[in-house]
Design a protein around this ligand. Structure first.
Ligand code: GCO
Ligand code: MG
Length: 409
C-alpha cells in the first residue's frame, strides 16, 4: 500500500476547488479537499512543491504518522494554508483505508450513532417578503433547520444575502467569492445591523412559529459588548445558535458575551487547530464547534477536536458552505454520523457543474444528510470534467465602514 502518485487538481466548476488525489501502487485512489477560498493556489503550491515529494513511496496506511510527519516535521506549524494541505493528505489516506477495508469511512470511525445528520440551509432576503419566500423554498426542499440572513436598510449588500429573489429561475444562493481583479468592497454599519436584526427574527417567528430551529451568522463583525447585546435581544426568538459573533482569534471575547446572554454560541470556521479552541472548550464559552475538516487538518484532527469538545458537552456544527468541496463535505458527513456529540451540519448544495466534476453519493432526505454506504468517502473525481473548468482567480469581498476604515468582513 505504498503511495505511487499524488496529484493536485485545481478546477473551477462555478467556483474554485483544490483536490489532492492520492494513488497507491495497488491502484486505490483517495481524495482530499484543500480548498481555501480566495487563496487556492497557495495551498496547491504548498502541496505540489513541498508535500507531494514527501508522500511518494510512503505507506498509505500510516495515517496518524503521516499527519504527525507533515505537522511536526514541517517545523512551521498551523495556519490555514498548512492545515488545509495536511487535511487533504489525511482525508485522502482515510478514503484509501476505508476503500481497502470495503467500508464507508464512518464505520472505521466507530460506526453510525444516528440515521442521518440534521442539516441547516441558508435562507436570506433583502427584505422580509424575500426572506419569507426563501424560508418557504427551503422548507419545501426538506430543510428542517434554517439559517436566516437579512438585508439591512441603508446597506447595499450584506454578507449572506442573495442579490436576487428565491424562485426566479437562477440559482439564488449567496456565493461570496467573486471572479473580479480586486476584492469587491462592501460598506458596513454595526449600529444599523443591531437595530434591524431582532425585528426580523420577531417577524420570522411570527410567520413560521416556535418550532423551526433558526440560526444566524454574525460573521465576526461585532465587538464583544455589541455581540452580547445582540445575543440578549435575540433571546425571545430562541435561536439554535448565533455564529461568529466576534473576530475568531480572540477567545477571551467569548467570556464577555457569555456573561450576558443565554443565546447559544458557535464559532470556529476560520480556526485551523485544536489550539484555537482550548479556552473556548475548557471554559465552556461556546456550544458548537464550527470547524471544517478541510481547514483543520483533516479527519484525524477533527475527530480529536470533537472528542475534546465532547468532554465539555459541546457539540459539532461543521462548516459546509459551497467552498467546502463535495469531498470535504463527504468527510464531514462521515464524522457527523460517527461522533456522539453531533449537533447540526451546514449544507449549501453544490452547483450542477460542481457535481459533474465530483460524483457524490451522499443523500439529503427529510432534512437529514447521509454519506451513503459506498466504500471510502463515497466521492469520485472526474478528471476530464475537472479539466473542462480551468481555475479562475476570485476573491472574497472586504468591508469598510462609511468613513473608509477597513472592518472585518
Ligand atoms: C458560513 C460561512 C461562509 C464563509 C465562507 C468564506 O457560515 O458558511 O460564514 O459563508 O463566509 O466559507 O469562504
Ligand atoms: Mg459562518
Amino acid at each position: 500500500m505504498r503511495i505511487a502518485a499524488a496529484d493536485v487538481v485545481v478546477t473551477c466548476p462555478g467556483r474554485n476547488f483544490v483536490t489532492l488525489r492520492v494513488t497507491t501502487e495497488d491502484g486505490l485512489v483517495g481524495l482530499g479537499d484543500a480548498t481555501l477560498n480566495g487563496r487556492e493556489l497557495a495551498v496547491a503550491s504548498y502541496l505540489a512543491d513541498h508535500v507531494v515529494p514527501l508522500l511518494l513511496g510512503r505507506d498509505a496506511r500510516a495515517v496518524e504518522d503521516t499527519w504527525q510527519y507533515l505537522y511536526r516535521g514541517a517545523y512551521w506549524r498551523r495556519g490555514p494554508v498548512t492545515m488545509a494541505a495536511i487535511a487533504a493528505v489525511d482525508t485522502a489516506l482515510w478514503d484509501i483505508k476505508a476503500k481497502a477495508a470495503g467500508m464507508p469511512l464512518y464505520q472505521l470511525l466507530g460506526g453510525a450513532c444516528r440515521v442521518g445528520a440534521l442539516a441547516y440551509g441558508h435562507a436570506s432576503g433583502r427584505d422580509l417578503p424575500e426572506l419569507f419566500d426563501s424560508i418557504r423554498l427551503h422548507l419545501e426542499r426538506g430543510f428542517r433547520a434554517i439559517r436566516v440572513q437579512t438585508g439591512i436598510p441603508g446597506l447595499a449588500t450584506v454578507y449572506g444575502v442573495a442579490s436576487s429573489a428565491a424562485g426566479g429561475g437562477d440559482r439564488y444562493d449567496y456565493e461570496p467569492a467573486r471572479p473580479t481583479a480586486l476584492p469587491v468592497e462592501e460598506t458596513w454599519d454595526t449600529r444599523a445591523y443591531l437595530r434591524h436584526v431582532p425585528g426580523v427574527f420577531e417577524a420570522v417567528r411570527h410567520e413560521f412559529g416556535p418550532e423551526l430551529p433558526l440560526l444566524h451568522d454574525g460573521h465576526h463583525r461585532m465587538t464583544p459588548i455589541e455581540a452580547a447585546r445582540l445575543g440578549k435581544s435575540l433571546e425571545p426568538y430562541d435561536l439554535f445558535w448565533l455564529e461568529d459573533a466576534t473576530p475568531g482569534e480572540d477567545q477571551a471575547a467569548l467570556r464577555l458575551i457569555r456573561q450576558h446572554t443565554t443565546t447559544p454560541l458557535a464559532i470556529g470556521e476560520v480556526f485551523n487547530s485544536v489550539h484555537d479552541y482550548t479556552t473556548l472548550l475548557g471554559e465552556r464559552l461556546i456550544d458548537y464547534v464550527r470547524s471544517a475538516v478541510t481547514h483543520t487538518g483533516g479527519v484525524t484532527a477533527m475527530k480529536k477536536l470533537l472528542d475534546f469538545a465532547a468532554v465539555y458537552g459541546i457539540k459539532s456544527g461543521l462548516h459546509g458552505p459551497t467552498d467546502i468541496s463535495p469531498v470535504g463535505m463527504a468527510a464531514a458527513l462521515h464524522l457527523d454520523l460517527a461522533v456522539h456529540n453531533f449537533g447540526i451540519q451546514e449544507y449549501m448544495p453544490h452547483t450542477a457543474e460542481a457535481l459533474e466534476v465530483f460524483r457524490t453519493s451522499f443523500t439529503f432526505a427529510d432534512g437529514l444528510l447521509h454519506p451513503s454506504d459506498a466504500a471510502g468517502l463515497g466521492v469520485e473525481l472526474d478528471l476530464d470534467a475537472a479539466a473542462r473548468f480551468p481555475y479562475r482567480a476570485a476573491y472574497l469581498p472586504v468591508n469598510r465602514l462609511a468613513d473608509g476604515t477597513l472592518h472585518d468582513w
